[in-house]
Design a protein around this ligand. Sequence first.
Ligand code: 9MR
Length: 364
Amino acid sequence: MSLARRPLLALAGAALAGPTWAQGPGLRQLARARGMSFGTAVRGQVLQDDPALAALVAREADLLVPEWEGKWDSLQPERGRFNFEPLRQIIRFAQAHNQRVRGHALLWHVAMPPWLAPALREGASQANAILEEHITTVLRETRETIRDWDVLNEIISNPPGSDNPDPTDGDLRPTPWLAALGPGYAERALRLARQVDPTLRLTLNDYGVEADTPWAAAKRARLLRVVRGLIDRRCPLDAIGIQAHLQMREPFRAEPFIAFLRELRGLGLAILITELDVREPDQLAPSLAERDAAVAEYAGAFLDAAIAGGVRTILTWGLTDRDSWLVQEPGVARRDGQLHRGLPFDAELRPKPFRARLARIFAG
Ligand code: 9MR
């Protein structure tokens, strides 16, 4: 744990003893009662170091996704040396609390260990062998404990106008994987995963498809083209993960988003919200109460649309403002010294209107 986060631990005991969050059913229970599922990303280190947060995760979530422990740099820090202990720690936590775990991510161009990009440049047959060894070894390890993996993460290119546009008008994002293996790599990874673990749910997970903007519409079209191409080639694919790192400065409108979800469902795919959180706009409302109400409203409108479009599984990317990448990642954290309040609980683990909105949604 970083020194910067240490002082917050002093608050943990107080929050644990406090009257607010321990009342009423947890979100996991409310979701279950509605035939839905609620979960969150977790980091093993945080579960270990922060008992109050761990208790909150146990109470609120019935589905966990490792925020880091299922990525290449955790699982295969050196070429050919696999390290499953951090992932196993999260799986043990989940088992102890009767929670399920989903996997993230078998193929991504970020969180690559330093050896990987140079190794992929050794040529297509080496790159193929590396991908095959990783997917095979990891899925053999998790066959009994993880039944849903993000096989492909963020493979769709970002159109002009988005935060991080790609220098291409191709549908696939230019990454070391695309460079090494060509456009067939997505199909290759999915087929391999199906072969190693035939009943695993294979998920393609991506972001930037939520807003009512021209570039998000373009990204929805790119994703649909890629997915249709895979299905036309009878490539196995079961679900689409919509990350939903929402940004309040972007307009959201239910109709185009629901239409997109219906197209995906029409292709026989399940849809999950996998990484929900909300970035507040540059111009903040004057009080915390107003800010929190606005975040809840934005997230709520999005979730209502998602559910109308057939979503039954919702995960937030962390539960609290204490442990969120929104406050920790430079470039995403606010520049005005304020902390984003984009998750259901605040940094002292108190529930915010976002949590109440989730509870209302699950209560129907
Ligand atoms: O929240 C994660 C952060 O702690 C990591 O440093 C980063 C790189 O591994 O990944 C973040 O999670 C990302 C997720 O894996 C994929 N979608 C976007 C998430 C936020 O960047």
